[in-house]
Design a binder for this molecule. Structure first.
Ligand code: FES
Ligand code: FES
Length: 153
């Protein structure tokens, strides 16, 4: 099967086709920005986009992604490495602490802003409820989402 990841098409040999998308991304394609947290769909650290929607890659069979473009944190930046507005907002608000959950938080936020460009705190919390952060960065995440939405300078 063929897998389109961040605009690059990779051949996925039969031996990998029983694996999760997370496993293929990290172990075979070297895209380690997507994190392995719980492995059972609870923490959100493994969130990527599949066909434009946020998905937990630990629960997503790679075989289910044929024909659906996959975007990881490595694929968010624009030409020349220009940061995605959500990434820039994250830096401006100094969101990360240990950083482990942050790729998933950012991928969920990009998907949120695509469907709701001006989310209030309740919408932000609802969209990110499945992205756990043991470091307690949630207040800064809210500020960064609002900044990315253009509500903060
Ligand atoms: S590693 Fe996928 S939800 Fe935790
Ligand atoms: S920044 Fe450490 S788990 Fe979220």
């Amino acid at each position: 099967m063929l897998l389109n990841v961040n605009g690059v098409v990779a051949e996925i040999p039969r031996a990998w086709q029983e694996e999760s998308l997370l496993s293929v991304l990290r172990e075979h394609l070297g895209l380690v920005g997507t994190k392995y947290g719980c492995g059972v769909g609870v923490c959100g650290a493994c969130t990527v986009h599949v066909g434009g929607e946020a998905r937990r890659s630990c629960l997503t069979p790679v075989a289910a992604c044929a024909g659906a473009p996959v975007v990881t944190i490595e694929g968010l930046a624009g030409p020349g490495g220009a940061l995605h507005p959500v990434q820039a907002a994250w830096l401006a608000e100094a969101v990360p602490q240990c950083g482990y959950c942050q790729a998933g938080q950012i991928m969920s936020t990009v998907a949120l802003l695509r469907r709701n460009p001006a989310p209030d705190d309740a919408a932000i919390d609802a969209a990110l409820a499945g992205n756990l952060c043991r470091c307690g960065t949630h207040q800064r995440i809210r500020r960064a989402v609002r900044r990315a939405a253009g509500e903060r300078p």
